[in-house]
Ligand binder design. Sequence first.
Ligand code: G3P
Ligand code: MG
Length: 247
Amino acid sequence: MSTTWAYPRLIAHRGGGHFAPENTLAAMRCGLNYGFDMVEFDAKLSKDNVLILLHDDDIKRTSNGKGLAAKKTYAELLAFDMGQWHSAFYTGEPIPKLESIIRFTQENNIICNVEIKPCPGREKITGKLVAEAVSSWFKNAEILPLLSSFSAEALEAAYKAAPELPRAYLCEQYDDNAKQILKKLDCVAVNPRESTLTEKIIKTIHKDGYRICAWTVNDYQRAKQLLAWGCDAIFTDELERVPASMA
Ligand code: G3P
Ligand code: MG
């Protein structure tokens, strides 16, 4: 896929990294307030196929409730507090719809990386619905969101539904399996675990024609090193220690 790479080098992970409850509107505001102009977040489906933001399959870690998101309707999910687990300040933060988050980023000129994070068994439908929705919200947009996923199945469904949206394959490391998927799904970037990257591997990936977004870099020196080696972007939770202004 030949797309101009228009993305910033620093990406606020899950919206506000460690500084706000992940994958909420408050997190996106936090990333914005810290000067980040690109945010990453995780999208999946509720039981009734509403696109929501949530990292885990279960809401337990990031809410005051418990249970699988795939078994709860959006209305049921709205009853839970997604902010209090982080700190009292964020009490009352609701689970957001993908649509509201996208609207916020558009209103504030922030670029998105939508990570497709399907609940097990819902890979195809999640990839398809995320891509269709994002495509419809970004008609004629100058900069398209980057779609990414660890699930090749979800990414393939996204590719079929909206081939114009740039794709990145998330993986542990750049190996033969990743190469095969990147090629098959016509990806623009590979997003490997940061600790697997060396200067040599970065050169190889670039020679193979892909951009690189490394997850997740919370140490300033390591971030500096990866950027100096030519890593195209890094995700960070440490919005102060690894500031947007460093690139
Ligand atoms: O997309 C980068 C990073 O978010 C991937 O890992 O588990 O934090 O979604 P995870
Ligand atoms: Mg993620």
